[in-house]
Design a protein around this ligand. Structure first.
Ligand SMILES: *Cc1c(COP(=O)(O)O)cnc(C)c1O
Length: 369
């Protein structure tokens, strides 16, 4: 079976982890700081806090956004995502109002967002699905207009969990004035085993995030004499040294891997264009996907999935529309989502595909289902 996801460690990961085990410093230590400096340099934004996973990052981002401490506020979000996005909103005691998706991109429909922002909106959660970036410049303009209309600007949280390596007009995500969260889960482009990163808007935000990831305690607080105060309670969300060691080793391989994903995506874009019953997602000038996933929209999805399974190719819907779950508020009037949710499926695009693999996948699809 050609898999949809694959986990493989860089060559020096085991040595780096062994060094951590020998050091006796498994929790806090110097590697997390080193990892943060490397990540900040790559993003072009030094205000970053490493965390135990991406979901913690989303919860912490919403807390910083003022959408977690007081219950009952409204957060606008997309139902077309992995559940971690939206359960983070529920974890903070907030109400979700669903915004439709653009069937062309599968990302949030910014026109529908503009209509749904009200003075009650505390935060907005957008997702760069599959690594394909939302047009964050346009998003900024939507927020400018909302602020002019309501005198209130909700904080935007970008769920960049799938989008390490994505760029908007040449700049990495994490540079557009929003709170951004990356995931370093085992299957993501950049892996720590489990891990995450919160990208902040400045120094004040960063200092607060650093406290809140560790119970609200300053790391250098005098805990021997208990001569310290916690003005604001926080979480146990910090990254440990083992994860940072794995992350530092993954950094040596990640750019090559993303280039392989992009190469495979370009191959499919050419090979699958015009196949009857199949539609590609939209490509936009300046919005460069990391292609963690390669979604396509197909007629007779069940038939497509059967055919691919018979050809030894793993394909998947990846997630169920989140508004259909029992714990979530039901979505109403989401025509963009309705238009595609029975047709979307993801095909393997990762660095592990050989030329023969991807040619086999394209040939199988072109032969019909
Ligand atoms: C992977 C993922 C997350 C969660 O990240 P973890 O690091 O596993 O907590 C959140 N949102 C999306 C869209 C994801 O794909």
């Amino acid at each position: 079976m050609i898999p949809l996801f694959k986990v493989e460690m860089a060559a020096d990961a085991a040595d780096r982890v062994t060094a951590v085990l020998d050091s006796g410093m498994l929790g806090h230590g110097p590697l997390v700081g080193e990892f943060e400096r490397e990540l900040g340099a790559r993003l072009g934004n030094p205000h970053v806090a490493a965390l135990n996973n991406g979901t913690s990052g989303l919860q912490l981002a919403l807390r910083l956004a003022g959408a977690a401490d007081r219950p009952g506020g409204e957060v606008l979000s997309t139902p077309f995502t992995f559940e971690a996005t939206n359960w983070s909103i529920l974890a903070g005691g907030q109400r979700i109002t669903w915004v439709d998706i653009d069937p062309a991109t599968l990302n949030m429909d910014l026109d529908d967002l503009a209509k749904k922002i009200t003075p009650l909106t505390r935060a907005i959660m957008v997702v760069h699905w599959g690594g394909s970036p939302v047009d964050v410049d346009r998003l900024t303009r939507v927020l400018d207009d909302a602020e002019a209309a309501h005198g209130h600007r909700p904080v935007v949280v970008e769920d960049c969990a799938q989008a390490w390596g994505a760029r908007v007009h040449g700049r990495p995500l994490g540079n557009h004035g929003n709170l951004c969260v990356f995931s370093f889960h085992a299957t993501k482009h950049l892996s720590c085993g489990t891990g995450g990163l919160l990208v902040l808007r400045g120094e004040q935000d960063l200092l607060r995030a650093r406290r809140l990831r560790f119970f609200g305690i300053e790391r250098d607080a005098d805990r021997v004499h208990a001569d310290y105060d916690v003005p604001e309670w926080g979480y146990n969300f910090y990254m440990n040294e083992i994860s940072a060691a794995i992350g530092l080793s993954s950094l040596t391989a990640v750019d090559d891997r993303i280039a392989r994903h992009r190469g495979n995506a370009a191959f499919y874009d050419a090979e699958l264009a015009g196949v009857p019953g199949l539609e590609l997602t939209a490509r936009s000038e300046g919005l460069e996907s990391s292609f963690w996933l390669y979604p396509v929209k197909v007629d007779d999805r069940a038939g497509f999935m059967r055919k691919m399974a018979e050809a030894g190719v793993e394909v998947s819907m990846v997630s169920r529309r989140n508004d259909a779950h029992g714990c979530a508020p039901p979505g109403r009037a989401l025509p963009g989502l309705e238009a595609v949710h029975d047709r979307v499926v993801h095909i393997p695009v990762g660095w592990w595909l050989s030329e023969e693999d991807r040619a086999h996948i394209a040939r199988t699809i072109r032969s019909g289902w």
